[in-house]
Design a protein around this ligand. Structure first.
Ligand SMILES: [Zn+2]
Length: 49
């Protein structure tokens, strides 16, 4: 089973990316993504809808 999650910018809280992950993956995702608001690559943490 896959659940859909959001990636939220840790700098400004902007939720720009939506992705899915395996329901078995308990570890929280943290990815470096480009944030339009910050105009920079920032760490994005997963958030549930
Ligand atoms: Zn941002």
């Amino acid at each position: 089973m896959r659940e859909s999650i959001f990636l939220e910018c840790t700098q400004c809280g902007n939720r720009y990316y939506r992705t899915t992950k395996s329901g078995k993956a308990l570890k929280k995702l943290e990815l470096k993504k480009f944030c339009n608001k910050c105009s920079a690559h920032t760490p994005h943490k997963e958030k549930k809808k």
